[in-house]
Design a protein around this ligand. Structure first.
Ligand SMILES: Nc1nc2c(ncn2[C@@H]2O[C@H](COP(=O)(O)OP(=O)(O)OP(=O)(O)O)[C@@H](O)[C@H]2O)c(=O)[nH]1
Ligand SMILES: [Mg+2]
Length: 615
């Protein structure tokens, strides 16, 4: 007899550890972080160890089946089998945050009314125990009429017991098809809560309130003035670290790349192949690779902050300002993920139900500084900004980087504000963002996240950056200079000609033809601006380290103008493509691209002239 696949779904409030459990049970590596709304789309994986083939589905968090925002609707529709082309789950694994059982039980009782077989998981059992919360699981199981398992998903505690419960449940489970109607809400909310209170009174012993230190910390962190100071200091520290801590590692990588170039160069006879391998391949990739330590340090901070519970508080703090410009807490997660890369950021705007707010979020997401800009920023800052201490504490390079990030954020706010003025006053959206408990970042997730980030970067270096470096080297090498050449050879090459063609357009900004040519491959990946500059300046006869070459070739105002250009310019074809896909409008995509290029041009022009006037 062939057996059909069983489907189990993980259901629960946001941030109760569903995805952490999903990863334990399926061996997946989906993103886990300490704020509500991390999972926005359903995801499934194979559930091994049962007597029959089975699949586990991870869903976005939801508070209730009866009120639903768009991402909560995903959960509801999957559970009820209303998703076209998807089978309805045969059984549910309800996950409840053991430190917040009351909220979780409301959903559990709603789910139970659906009549599907269920297991209740009390996750975060470690945090509950620490707070002196004591749960009589066997009594709770008896009263609810379903198995109850305590787990600590991040340490895999209780996962074996959960697997055993799943096995037992699977034994006499029949897979069914067809959708399930949402039953009429049978009772008033008051009586639902009365039932929950009775359950809690019998099964849970808990101290009266959450620990005091969390409240004290909140009072500090969310104080309207002090909170902003803390936020600014945190970010400054982060950018500080990017420069201060990375330096020795970067020197190491640079030395390694130089050594490799020397070794390989010695093996190859002088000539075109030698130049291609040493100047095109090794120098091109190496010039980007040196930024790996900075990328890792940046993400170490972001990942630690993500898991600590601080970020939603920062959003809460900024909510007033966000609301002032027509955005709300709903835009927070898309904008936050845009700091890594605008592409997933723009995709996650799907959870915003208001179309205008969604469009504004899409339009402003690329102004959040993505990690591909870091190498460009770091190169130019390293070359032009002295390593000086300012205000007795901060390093001028870190402060400059901080300013570039803030320039992006402030501009996004301005753009959102202008859009809102044009749209007219819309209803104000309340911030529906739950404040999670503070928590020490989980080391395993932290390291896993870092590894993933490093890998994404290395893969970019090994694929797109490598490919573009090769193309660029050819463009910069051929055709060769004539016999009676008066200028450096590169000026006769395709790259030189193309740069010369573009240069008049960028003349007002002071960009040299080399700076212009670097903008073209940077459309495919911003980092390539760095390797292109390395190639065009190396091939042009310079041999010193790229930074000092630039410091000699560009003036400070022009270097700052180049930075300003990169803050705004939509130098990324994948972002433009994803905007086209998500807005499904050619007009919106065109406006998006045009307005960002225009902004980049104006900003660079202003910066150049202001800096020149100042100096
Ligand atoms: N101490 C402790 N932390 C946990 C446990 N399970 C999950 N976490 C942490 O809780 C946070 C939320 O975990 P996720 O798995 O992302 O939660 P989720 O329910 O999938 O959240 P959404 O997708 O936003 O609905 C993360 O910071 C985890 O590291 C646990 O058992 N103990
Ligand atoms: Mg999740």
């Amino acid at each position: 007899m062939s057996q059909s696949v069983l489907h189990f779904a993980l259901v629960g409030n946001p941030n109760c550890g569903k995805t952490a459990l999903f990863n334990c049970l399926t061996g997946a590596r989906a993103k886990v972080a300490n704020y509500a709304g991390v999972t926005v789309e359903k995801r499934s994986g194979p559930l091994a160890g049962l007597s029959r083939p089975a699949e586990l589905i991870d869903l976005p968090g939801t508070y209730s089946l009866y009120v639903a925002s768009p991402d909560e609707q995903v959960a509801r529709r999957v559970i009820l089998g209303e998703m076209p082309g998807e089978v309805r789950p045969d059984a549910l694994v309800a996950v409840v945050d053991a430190t917040n059982i009351k909220l979780g039980l409301r959903l559990v009782l709603e789910l139970k009314a659906l009549g599907l077989p269920m297991i209740l998981v009390l996750n975060l059992a470690d945090a509950a125990r620490q707070r002196g919360i004591n749960i009589r699981t066997d009594l709770l199981a008896e009263r609810l009429g379903m198995p109850v398992v305590e787990t600590v998903a991040v340490r895999r505690n209780g996962v074996a017991a959960l697997q055993a419960a799943l096995r037992t449940l699977a034994l006499d489970l029949k897979s069914r098809t067809g959708s399930l109607g949402l039953p009429e809400r049978g009772e008033a909310v008051e009586s639902l809560y009365a039932r929950i209170d009775a359950l809690l009174a019998d099964c849970v012993e808990a101290p009266a309130s959450a620990p005091r230190w969390q409240d004290r910390l909140d009072a500090l962190v969310m104080h309207p003035v002090l909170g902003l100071v803390i936020l600014a200091a945190t970010l400054l520290l982060m950018f500080q670290a990017v420069f201060a801590w990375a330096a020795p590692l970067m020197d190491g990588i640079e030395a390694l790349v130089g050594w490799l170039g020397g070794q390989v160069g010695a093996l190859l006879p002088e000539g075109i192949l030698h130049d291609f391998v040493v100047d095109g391949l090794i120098a091109g990739m190496g010039s980007v690779l040196v930024f790996l330590p900075q990328i890792i340090i940046l993400f170490a901070f972001i990942l630690a902050l993500e898991d600590s519970g601080y970020l939603p508080r920062a959003a809460f703090l900024l909510d007033r300002m966000m609301r002032g410009v027509g955005l709300s807490g709903r835009s927070f997660i898309p904008l936050l993920s845009s700091f890594a890369c605008a592409v997933p950021g723009i995709m996650s705007t799907r959870s915003i139900s208001n179309p205008h707010e969604r469009l504004v979020t899409i339009m402003t997401a690329p102004l959040m500084t993505c990690s591909a800009r870091l190498p460009v920023y770091a190169l130019v800052i390293g070359a032009f900004v002295p390593q000086r201490t300012v205000w007795g504490l901060f390093n001028l390079q870190g402060v400059t980087l901080f300013c570039l990030y803030v320039a992006g954020i402030a501009s996004a706010a301005l753009v959102a504000w202008v859009c809102r003025r044009r749209q007219g006053k819309s209803e104000s959206f309340p911030l529906l963002l739950e404040l999670p408990n503070y928590r020490w970042p989980n080391l395993y997730h932290f390291l896993l996240g870092l590894k993933e980030r490093a890998w994404i970067f290395l893969r970019r270096v090994g694929t797109i950056i490598l490919a573009l470096s090769i193309v660029l080297w050819f463009l910069a090498t051929f055709p060769g200079a004539p016999e009676d050449a008066a200028l450096p050879a590169i000026e006769y090459s395709f790259a030189g000609k193309l740069g010369a063609l573009m240069q008049p357009l960028f003349e007002p900004l002071g960009f040299s033809w080399q700076m212009c040519i670097a903008l073209i491959p940077a459309m495919a990946a911003r980092e390539v601006a760095v390797s292109t500059l390395a190639t065009v300046y190396a091939v042009g006869g310079g041999d010193a380290a790229l930074g000092s070459t630039l410091a000699h070739s560009w003036s400070l105002p022009v270097a700052l103008a180049y930075l300003a250009w990169f803050v705004y310019a939509p130098q990324c074809l994948s972002t433009i493509a994803v905007v086209r896909r998500e807005t499904n409008s050619r007009r919106a995509t065109l406006i998006f691209t045009a307005y960002l290029f225009a902004l980049a041009y104006v900003a660079a022009l202003l910066v150049r002239h202001l800096a020149a006037a100042w100096a």
